[in-house]
Design a protein around this ligand. Structure first.
Ligand SMILES: Cc1cc2nc3c(=O)[nH]c(=O)nc-3n(C[C@H](O)[C@H](O)[C@H](O)COP(=O)(O)O)c2cc1C
Length: 339
């Protein structure tokens, strides 16, 4: 388990107290990837693992929480997607299983969902993609915020981590703990966010190549080979048909998606499809694509969701080694300032 020195401790204390972990580093929930093994490995290493519920039904989530508990006695959280049709049942499962921290992702959570989490006694963590939304989440009851920049892997907003941090940290860090996510791959970067008022950070991409991560070997190889510039937002061909931006490593699937958009738009222009039908066809293209890449290893056609920091991922190593390295770099950066 990683421990932090008296140099780093004051900067991470609030985040550690909030999470109940030794290091204020959250393992960002990644669908299909953040299951029992990776989550337990991150929490056992001293970080704070977060299970990704994704599209799991309540029974599966309960089983996954129980299985994670078999692997770790350290605290971990659960990430739920707000538009999941069974969100209320999923919250109840977390509460019944005594999950201490629930992350509500994928949009502004309903007041009902917030109330359910809070009444159940869990700590609520929300994503704040802008200052105004961050303020609103705190007013609505969020106990902590994650601010995630567009460098991140997976679904992204339009603003970079650096800008979000400067916009949000000075205004909100005194109100609730704020964790910064997106593009974090070295301890020095963690220190700079902590010094601006962050209570900790959230990291996804860097943990994909942890030994304990169950992702297919070819998925990990794609991460090890990729440069920062390979992880790009989903291309959108026509503003009439908006595409939800997801940052992923470019592959043949990316080109097929462009082709698909071209075909669908041509059919729409020819009057063969309604606007709704065309939009739906575009949206359905990536359905199940992350699973295909992560679990089946179809790295050509599946979705290789990854952040720009994928460029620094050079090998597979234990989660403990990843976290140890980050803390060592952070400690080193602070030591240099004293010299
Ligand atoms: C493959 C992958 C899948 C992800 N899935 C989810 C998810 O299901 N829910 C979520 O809230 N965030 C998801 N994320 C975002 C991460 O939780 C985390 O915030 C992000 O990876 C941080 O940025 P980084 O990739 O630069 O470290 C995903 C990210 C990746 C790379």
């Amino acid at each position: 388990m990683v421990t932090i020195s008296s140099r780093l401790k004051p900067l991470m204390q609030r985040g550690c107290d909030f999470l109940g972990s030794k290091v204020a580093v959250m393992g960002g929930a990644m669908s299909w990837i953040s299951e029992r093994n990776l989550v337990a490995a991150i929490s056992n290493a001293g970080g704070f693992g977060v299970l990704a519920c994704g599209s799991m039904p309540p029974d599966l989530l309960r089983a996954e929480i129980k299985a994670t508990r078999e692997l770790t006695r350290a605290p971990f959280g659960v990430n739920l997607i707000t538009m999941h049709p069974q969100i209320d049942e999923l919250i109840d499962v977390c509460l019944e299983e005594n999950v201490g921290h629930i992350v509500l992702a994928g949009g502004v959570p309903s007041t009902l969902a917030v109330k359910r989490v809070k009444d159940g006694g869990a700590k609520l963590i929300c994503f704040a993609p802008a200052l105004a939304l961050g303020k609103r989440m705190i007013r609505n009851g969020a106990d902590a915020l994650v601010i995630e920049g567009m460098e991140a892997g997976g679904h992204i907003g339009p603003i970079s981590t650096t800008v979000l941090a400067q916009e949000i940290l000075p205004e909100l860090h005194e109100l609730v703990p704020v964790f910064v996510a997106g593009g974090i791959g070295r301890g020095e970067a963690i220190v700079s966010h902590l010094e601006m008022g962050a209570s900790g950070v959230q990291i996804g991409t860097l943990f994909v190549c942890a030994n304990e991560c169950v992702a297919h070997a070819d998925f990990k190889k794609a991460f090890i080979r990729a440069a920062a510039r390979d992880a790009v937002p989903t291309p959108q061909l026509d503003p009439r048909f908006p595409v939800i931006p997801v940052r992923a490593i470019v592959n043949e699937g990316t080109n097929h998606f462009l082709q698909k958009q071209r075909e669908v738009i041509a059919k729409f222009d020819a009057g063969e499809l309604t606007k709704e039908q065309a939009q739906l066809e575009i949206e359905h293209f990536w359905a199940g694509a992350l699973r295909r890449a992560v679990i089946d290893g179809d790295v050509a056609n599946g979705s290789l969701m990854a952040g720009q920091i994928v460029g620094v991922v050079k090998d597979e190593r234990p989660a403990l080694a990843i976290l140890t390295e980050l803390v060592r770099q952070a400690e080193q950066a602070l030591l240099h300032r004293e010299l």
